[in-house]
Design a protein around this ligand. Structure first.
Ligand code: ADP
Length: 245
């Protein structure tokens, strides 16, 4: 079953054509990892999937609803966005809200849940991400790893069809990376559909169902982790992977 069908995504910034026609099918429950050199368009592509960046051309079908990017109305964009959640490199938490409020607020604002119900769900999620004792802490009182786990809990709270992770561990101190990756692995096990930009090769190898190697706005190679890491077909992928061994 396909959760998201992505067709012919083009995006340019001025004269810089960053995405040159990307096609992808993301199946329900699949973990897709995007790899590629810096500047290849991975983050831009991820942001185009929920209109944080508005692509120039293409279609996105999510949960059976097709959105044509060129003609999408505000309402269509909002409906599409409500089926997605993003986890950011720099957590993007509200600094003047507690952990619990950071998780609860989007449920109240975007899903019109009552504050009481949102708080109940937030407390449950805090427990799930191992931070029940930090419910009333502010972001500044938590480590980067804890803040990112709040960011992940906030994404889960929205019960999205797909969760997009943009380099979720790259701002963390090395000793905090492991716990965040572990949490992401646990979430993958629950059957969540996930697309990640990451440089964590071991995580990609262990957790991904599909690895996609991008370069210069194109998909160069894709397959299972075994296919991409061990039976690499393209020289450009080989050169990139060689830098990590
Ligand atoms: P990656 O995630 O693979 O490192 P990005 O998607 O961040 O690549 O960037 C791809 C290209 O798009 C780069 O050349 C970058 O400079 C450019 N780019 C990204 N965002 C913007 C923006 N908001 N304005 C102008 N250029 C951008």
């Amino acid at each position: 079953m396909i959760t998201m069908e992505i067709r012919n995504i083009h995006k340019r910034f001025g004269s810089n054509e960053v995405l040159k026609g990307i096609d992808m099918d993301i199946k329900k429950g699949e973990v897709v990892v995007l790899l590629g050199p810096s500047g290849s368009g991975k983050t831009t592509f991820l942001r185009c999937l929920n209109f944080l960046e508005h692509a120039d051309q293409g279609t996105l079908m999510l949960g059976g609803v097709k959105t044509t990017i060129e003609t999408a109305t505000k309402k269509e964009i909002l409906q599409h966005q409500r089926k997605t959640a993003m986890v950011f490199q720099n957590y993007a938490l509200f600094l003047n809200k507690t952990a619990k409020e950071n998780i609860a607020l989007p449920m109240v604002l975007a899903q019109k849940k009552s504050p009481e119900e949102a708080e109940k769900i937030a407390l449950k999620l805090l427990e799930q991400v191992g931070l029940a004792d930090r419910a009333d802490f502010y972001p500044s009182q938590m480590s980067g790893g804890q803040q990112q786990r709040i960011g992940i809990a906030r994404a889960l709270a929205l019960n999205p069809e797909i969760i997009l992770f943009d380099e979720p561990t790259s701002a963390l101190d090395p000793e905090l990376v492991g716990q965040t990756l572990h949490l992401m692995q646990e979430i993958a096990k629950t059957g969540a559909t996930m697309v990640l930009v990451t440089h964590e090769m071991q995580f990609a190898y262990d957790v991904a169902d599909k690895v996609i190697f991008m370069e210069n706005g194109h998909i160069v190679e894709q397959g299972t982790p075994k296919e991409v890491f061990e039976q690499t077909k393209e020289e450009r992928t080989k050169d990139f992977l060689a830098r990590f061994t």
